[in-house]
Design a protein around this ligand. Structure first.
Ligand code: PHE
Length: 529
């Protein structure tokens, strides 16, 4: 086999879209979106969320996908290609998903446990489970192993294949459960009212920020994921159309999740009078099991499919989180995929243990294992969501919008139409949207992202107290400082270790497999001789 004959990447456009949608659709859709919506003004939040997806999400997604696609390489090499001095953005883009995967795997473990619990009666009490260190470690491990098996198969035979089966299954299950839930009768209307009743006063500026940052997280933006998946996209894959499909799919599933959850909660309330938790981790792992439990045998079946769906959503997100670092390690160190993913898995697992223990303790009201007053999971989640992801997204806009196509004429550097023509000539064909995209990418979206970053940070350092005054919060400041320290360390590592070094491209993996196959053949020959 000769180099260049076989591409290392997705086999089809639909496979690519399903894989990227698999990354996007995760716990953020099934769980945080519904409760953030209900807490921030219902349909008012939904409208703002959709606006955020359009003016920020889709622009960043197209930018990241295209940065990857044009480079056909890992994020560091891809950002280097936008400008020789921007490779550090790529390392940044690899570190963020790595931080996320460590805590996301703990929650993934919870989802596996609750799926298996569906058929036992004692499944409603979350606290003994999360407080049981052995159980938490065991289920986190099971979850990580499932993800590793998929990533080991590579892009086409692992990630794409799995997504093509799992994503339609997820969609089918969520539609079925939403229909079931909407047909429960008593209380359903109250549930819809709680979820979607528009209340613009309740939304406020905080709600606007929440909608914007939810859009980043939900679409897996602001880090290397879409860059990496985009790098595996072949020439014939259309960036604009794919991004739109992914965004629509992602938003649809988020909306459906609320329709599956809230009518059931309010039906339960109407029939039993019980008030259940409607937000946070308890919504998924306490409220839902209590409801399923009250439904008898049908409830057991619904519970199984519900949590299996959550496992699917979490797995297809975690494989994308793992793939970014795996891709980089394969290409930088020229090692086999199996070795690379094992290294990643071992580090992920080791780091997930203290996170799992810290979360379990804090859910049980014990704050011995916290940092600046946050349990480790909340801490890492806040660092990535509030500080790192907006920065990563800003980096993508600036790299492609301001540095990828330097102009001879100075004024052209400020002209979005020059950017439009350069992108179009290079191959990013967006039709009528192309010019709008260039203006958004260069000016509008970066400003909006900067607003999200600045106000998000202010919110942590000077949160509002009960009477609405802003007060200084040293813990919040600590969190923000740690986040920026991570950025500084990433940049330093880049300049010390990777700046002038070869960081590899996707085609390397084919070479590595090829070498390995040759070696194996040689061994066989030696053996028979
Ligand atoms: N988008 C996923 C979700 O909504 C989570 C995720 C975030 C996955 C970031 C990858 C990267 O849950």
């Amino acid at each position: 086999m000769e180099k260049g004959k076989k591409r290392n990447g997705f086999g089809s456009g639909i496979g690519f879209i399903l894989a990227a949608a698999g990354s996007a659709i995760g716990l953020g859709n099934l769980w945080s979106f519904p409760y953030k919506t209900s807490a921030n003004g219902g349909a008012a939040f939904v409208i703002l969320y959709i606006l955020s997806v359009i003016v920020i999400g889709s622009i960043v997604m197209i930018a990241e996908m295209y940065i990857g696609k044009r480079a056909q390489a890992n994020p560091i090499s891809a950002y280097k290609k936008t400008h020789k001095n921007l490779g550090w953005l790529g390392l940044f883009a690899i570190i963020i998903p790595f931080v996320i995967v460590c805590y996301y795997s703990v929650l993934g473990g919870y989802t596996v446990k609750f799926t298996l619990n569906s058929f036992t009666q004692s499944n409603t009490d979350i606290l003994p489970f999360v407080g049981n260190v052995g159980d938490v470690i065991l289920f986190t491990a099971i979850f990580i192993v499932l993800a590793v098996i998929i990533v080991m198969g590579g892009i086409k035979n692992g990630i794409e294949k799995a997504s093509k089966i799992l994503m339609p299954a997820l969609f089918f299950i969520i539609v079925a459960i939403a229909i079931y839930s909407l047909c429960l009768g008593e209380g359903v209307v109250d549930g819809l009212d709680f979820y979607l009743n528009p209340n613009f006063a309740e939304l406020g500026f905080e709600g606007v920020l929440a909608a914007m940052s939810q859009a980043f997280f939900s679409l897996s933006l602001g880090m290397g994921i879409i860059v990496s998946y985009g790098s595996y996209a072949g020439k014939d894959i259309k960036v604009g159309k794919s991004a739109v499909m992914i965004a629509i799919f992602d938003t649809l599933v988020a909306l459906l999740a609320g329709l599956a959850i809230f009518p059931a909660i309010f039906h339960h309330k109407a029939t039993t009078g019980m008030e259940l938790e409607t937000s946070g981790i308890l919504l998924m792992f306490e409220t839902m099991p209590i409801i399923f439990n009250s439904m008898g045998t049908v409830g057991q079946i619904v519970s199984f499919f519900f949590f299996a769906m959550v496992v699917i959503a979490a797995i297809t997100s975690v494989i994308s989180l793992m793939e970014v670092a795996t891709q980089f390690i394969i290409q930088k160190f020229k090692i086999h995929r199996k070795k690379a993913i094992l290294i990643i898995a071992i580090i992920t697992f080791s780091l997930s243990i203290p996170i799992g223990i810290s979360l379990g303790l804090s859910l049980n009201g014990d704050s011995t294992l916290t940092i600046f007053g946050y349990n480790f999971l909340d801490f890492l989640d806040s660092i990535t969501n509030v500080v790192l992801m907006p920065l990563g997204a800003l980096g993508a806009c600036i790299a492609l919008g301001w540095f990828a196509f330097p102009a001879k004429k100075r004024s052209d550097n400020f002209n979005p139409m020059f950017l439009y023509r350069s992108l179009d000539a290079e191959g990013l064909k967006l039709g009528w949207f192309g010019k709008i995209f260039a203006v958004m990418l260069k000016y509008v979206t970066p400003v909006l992202i900067a607003v999200v970053e600045v106000f998000g940070v202010v919110e942590f350092i000077f949160p509002q107290n009960a009477v609405g005054d802003r007060v200084f919060n040293a813990n919040g400041l600590g969190l923000v400082l740690v986040a920026y320290a991570i950025c500084a360390i990433a940049v330093a590592i880049y300049f010390i270790f990777f700046k002038n070094k070869d960081t590899g491209v996707n085609a390397d993996e084919i070479d590595i497999e090829h070498q390995l196959a040759l070696k194996k053949e040689q061994k066989e020959i030696d053996k028979t001789n």
